[in-house]
Design a protein around this ligand. Structure first.
Ligand code: MN
Length: 201
């Protein structure tokens, strides 16, 4: 089965005013779709064409060298954006409770401390990439990746990620990536993040 573009589970304008509807529509329907189409094109006719995207991004060293770069960028883009849509939503923001909230406090000190680390990692990412909260060996970590690299390729499980490619924010925030990173917390669906945390530890 080729990869498929997952439908967005909320309206394009559901994240306004923090993320505008035009950005969401272009980002989902064009950017994410292009990653899906390009990953499928690269993998077609190879032994990997029916593999899951998780298997593909955790096996990049086994992907034929002539398509490895295209697969890394586009399968990575597919799995990264699939998580991104899932961990945002209307009625987002606030603070996580339960085991995730406890782990954030124990690891970083407070939610505000975690948010500062994610923002710093996003600002320091030169060019395009992502800032992540991941589970690694059962522990929470903040990290960033360039381009469409996924923490899964490094054996770490992303549970929250913010896209810092300019296509994610430029219409509304222009060059103000820090302002986008501050506003972004208002659309985070912590219940979805907590579900991913529970599955990863
Ligand atoms: Mn993107």
């Amino acid at each position: 089965m080729p990869f498929e573009l997952p439908p967005l589970q909320y309206a394009f304008n559901a994240l306004e005013p923090h993320i505008d509807a035009t950005t969401m529509e272009i980002h989902h329907d064009r950017h994410h779709k292009a990653y899906v189409d390009n990953a499928n094109a690269a993998l077609a006719g190879t032994p990997w064409q029916d593999s899951s995207v998780e298997d593909v991004v955790t096996s990049l060293d086994q992907i034929p060298e002539d398509i490895r770069g295209a697969v890394r960028n586009n399968a990575g883009g597919h799995i990264n954006h699939t998580l991104f849509w899932e961990i945002m939503g209307p009625d987002g923001g606030g603070a996580p409770d339960g085991a995730l909230g406890d782990a954030i406090d124990a690891t970083f000190g407070s939610l505000a401390d975690l948010q500062a680390k994610v923002k710093e990692a996003g600002i320091k990412r030169f060019g395009s990439g992502w800032s992540w909260l991941v589970v690694s060996g059962g522990a929470l970590e903040v990290m960033s990746t360039p381009n469409q690299d996924t923490p899964l390729s490094e054996g770490k499980t992303p549970i929250l990620g913010v896209d810092v490619w300019e296509h994610a924010y430029y219409l509304n925030y222009q060059n103000k990536r820090p302002a986008y990173l501050d506003a972004w917390w208002s659309v985070v669906n912590w219940d979805a993040v907590a579900t991913k945390y529970a599955a990863a530890v």
